[in-house]
Design a protein. Structure first.
Length: 262
């Protein structure tokens, strides 16, 4: 029984495995490229806030992207060339990935307050470094400005956090990135005292970030559900395809080798 003798469902199963792994390769490549760019970038966007031994986002992105590429290549070549070993390795990776996802989900819920506290404390420290001698490459300044401008916020809890910075503490002023969008072109916007300045955002970035995360939880849940469903389907179809290949080779063995042995 060869490939031409298979039914439509069996052929579709092979095509599905190849297709899903092309998608995994593309996603893995994109995550890997983003991680490498993020790590080598001068600005680094928000990585400075999470520049922690455990929560180093660029390094995590590089590792995840590399693993996805490896999984995708194993699955695609295994299905395309019908290599049983690669298909079994692919199945093993899928099972491991699903277990890791469960562990990460539980860990994120359990460590939510710890991660939140770590990010908060780290950001308060960076505010003290903003524009100072510790910020030699201007990376901290660019990162905090990007956060405050993108999320229309100021400081961690509010503008008063800038009292911790030697540059702004003397007159209770704030960086221009704290200014509301309509006033950012005004060079004098951030120089006035935040206590009387109605041109700056009075919401802390912690509140803005948490609100943004909560408003997007539904979309995250939908994406996570679709990914889990695809993983389950891929696992079941891959298992069925492996059984089919093993049956075919067992039949071929008995057809071509057993008669000669007798």
């Amino acid at each position: 029984m060869g490939n031409e003798d298979r039914g439509c469902c069996d052929k579709c199963a092979k095509t599905f495995i190849m297709g899903i792994n092309v998608l995994i390769i593309l996603v893995g490549g994109a995550i890997l490229a983003a991680g490498v760019y993020w790590q080598l970038s001068d600005t680094g966007y928000y990585k400075e806030i999470f520049n922690h031994d455990i929560f180093n986002i660029p390094i995590i992105s590089i590792v995840i992207g590399s693993l996805l590429l490896l999984v995708g290549v194993c699955g695609f070549i295994g299905a395309c060339c019908e290599v049983l070993f690669l298909l079994k390795v692919y199945m093993g990776f899928l099972i491991i990935i699903m277990l890791v996802q469960i562990i990460l989900a539980v860990g994120c819920v359990a460590m939510k307050s710890t991660v939140e506290e770590m990010a908060t404390n780290r950001t308060l420290i960076l505010i003290g470094y903003y524009g100072g001698s510790q910020d030699e490459d201007g990376l901290i300044t660019l990162t905090i400005d990007a956060v405050q401008e993108n999320f229309d916020c100021c400081g961690v809890y509010g503008p008063s956090d800038w009292d911790e910075n030697a540059i702004y503490s003397g007159n209770s002023s704030t960086p221009s990135s704290c200014c509301k969008t309509a006033y950012r072109s005004d060079a004098s916007c951030g120089y006035a005292s935040y206590q009387t300045n109605d041109k700056i955002n009075d919401t802390g970035c912690k509140t803005s970030l948490l609100n943004w995360i909560e408003s997007n939880l539904l979309y995250v849940g939908i994406v996570a559900g679709v990914v889990c469903l695809l993983q389950m389907v891929a696992l079941l179809i891959c298992n069925k395809h492996i059984i089919l290949l093993e049956d075919e080779r067992r039949i071929q063995y008995y057809e071509y080798y057993v008669p000669y042995e007798e």
